[in-house]
Ligand binder design. Structure first.
Ligand code: PFF
Length: 464
């Protein structure tokens, strides 16, 4: 077990699984399919792909290069560039800590649903039984005791894996979990796409609807796609900087920065094929937000009869795996910052202890978000949002993430990236493209995303 200081990836495959594991999460399985369907279908997909190539790829490459060059977590990495950039590092370190607070709660929900489907399989009392899916979901979400317990179990599992170190914990776990996730996803896709009426769901996702772009609609679609892309690729956070810092100097950065977004997008599309056909086959609403995952899909599984609980169990286990490979990356991102701080102070680094302390702080914040019960338990609400999860999401995903990514595009010198990419005589094949995008396209896009996110969260209706 690596208990002291920094770790390093054991293999290129291991790093790739960890990075793709970070990227593939609730954002892919939950957000992507319905956002795509509700914002122009294939038209949205085209725009999303353009964004991934012109913005996602270049920010990914910049963050990985910054991490590998400095060998530090995000705060130390920006401080190494210049002391005046330390605040960017802190923005990128606070956001994952905030995201973890609700991510762990949602991970806990997935566990509860996997367990409940197992209960149904055995006809046990702890299954969902005959309860209506929405009543069951909102009943569970409002139950402070249960949600806190499931959130805490999820936090504990996250801590357990991260504590075991970069290669001994994260890499080992994701190298098994990601291929398993892929297999489960294929099983669910086959079931979903062979249900009667499934083709309507495929059409919902892929049918081009250019009218979504009319008037100022394109700004909204652009910002939804951009926000989704940042969250889905785990950018503007501490993660890709930390993961880059564990890369050996021999790794081909340019190739990694291409493969991660590619794999993430494939999984997002696969997630759409696993969910939307089933939703339409059951005649249900596709854009139900949080309800989609736990109410709509549970209704679908229930409607499948005897095999429903099996698919329910496989599906929620799959979502749970996707969630935990992302949550471990969030915790690792902030752990890297804490490790640097200890080293800076000349103290000997006990990684175990640091992970436990950070884990304890997340246990507290995840419990707090859980007791709000998605706004059902009568607590005062903030920032004009309906629940604490949304308020925290507004600050982290809505503001800190695009701002940090925007600063990243502006302040990291292109020469640093060039130097890192061309180490070991590698050719920087996309250099011209990279320089153009990072200077002009990425910052402009980030400002649009930021405005669009604020507009969406605060319901200002600026962009239709
Ligand atoms: N990319 C993950 C998802 O799509 O659910 C979530 C996430 C993980 C966001 C790590 C940000 C992050 F730094």
């Amino acid at each position: 077990m690596e208990q002291q200081g920094k770790g390093q990836w054991g293999s290129s495959f291991g790093f790739m699984m960890a990075a793709v594991g970070s990227a593939v999460g609730l954002g892919n399985l939950w957000g992507f399919p319905y956002k795509m369907g509700a914002n122009g279908g294939f038209a949205f997909l085209l725009l999303y792909l353009v964004l991934v190539v012109f913005v996602g790829y270049v920010i990914m490459l910049t963050e990985l290069a910054l991490g590998r060059k400095t060998g530090k977590g995000v705060v130390g990495a920006y401080t190494d560039l210049s002391k005046k950039y330390t605040f960017i590092g802190w923005m990128s370190a606070i956001a994952p800590w905030l995201i973890l607070s609700f991510y762990c709660m949602l991970g806990g929900y997935c566990m509860k649903y996997a367990v409940a489907n197992l209960g149904d399989l055995f006809g046990a009392g702890w299954g969902i039984g005959d309860a209506a899916s929405d009543a069951y979901f909102f009943g569970f979400a409002a139950d402070m005791g249960q949600t806190v317990i499931f959130s805490l179990i999820f936090v504990l599992l996250t801590v357990f894996i991260v504590r075991a170190g970069v290669s001994g914990g994260i890499e080992k776990f994701t190298s098994i979990a990601m291929p398993a996730l892929f297999v489960m996803l294929v099983i669910v896709i086959i079931r979903a796409c062979t249900l009667p009426g499934a083709s309507e769901g495929i059409a919902f996702m892929f049918k081009p609807d250019w009218s979504a772009f009319e008037g100022t609609g394109w700004v909204k679609v652009l910002s939804v796609a951009g926000g989704q892309m940042f969250f889905s690729l785990s950018l503007g956070m501490s993660i890709m900087v930390a993961y880059g810092s564990y890369l050996p100097k021999t790794d081909n950065l340019e190739r990694s920065a291409l493969i991660i977004p590619f794999a993430d997008t494939i999984v997002a599309l696969m997630a759409g094929l696993a969910t939307m056909p089933a939703v339409f086959a059951a005649g249900l609403e596709p854009g139900a937000g949080p309800g989609l995952l736990f109410v709509t899909l549970q209704t679908v599984f229930k409607g499948m009869g005897g095999v429903g609980p099996i698919f329910g169990f496989v599906f929620y286990t799959l979502v749970f795996i996707a969630a935990i490979t992302s949550s471990i990356s969030l915790l690792e991102g902030i752990t890297a910052v804490a490790v640097d701080k200890m080293e800076e102070k000349g103290k000997s680094v006990n990684r175990n202890k640091l992970v436990m302390i950070l884990g304890a702080s997340i246990a507290v914040t995840a419990s707090i978000i859980s007791i709000d019960g998605l706004g059902q338990n009568g607590f005062p609400q903030f920032l004009g949002q309906g629940c604490w999860l949304d308020a925290v999401d507004l600050i982290s995903e809505g503001i800190l993430m695009p701002l940090a990514a925007c600063y990243c595009a502006i302040v990291v010198p292109t020469t640093l990236v060039e130097e890192e990419v061309t180490l070991n005589g590698n050719q920087f094949k996309t250099q011209k493209f990279y320089e153009f995008c990072i200077k002009f396209i990425a910052p402009i896009m980030m400002v649009i995303v930021l405005l669009g996110q604020l507009d969406g969260f605060l319901g200002l209706g600026m962009f239709g």
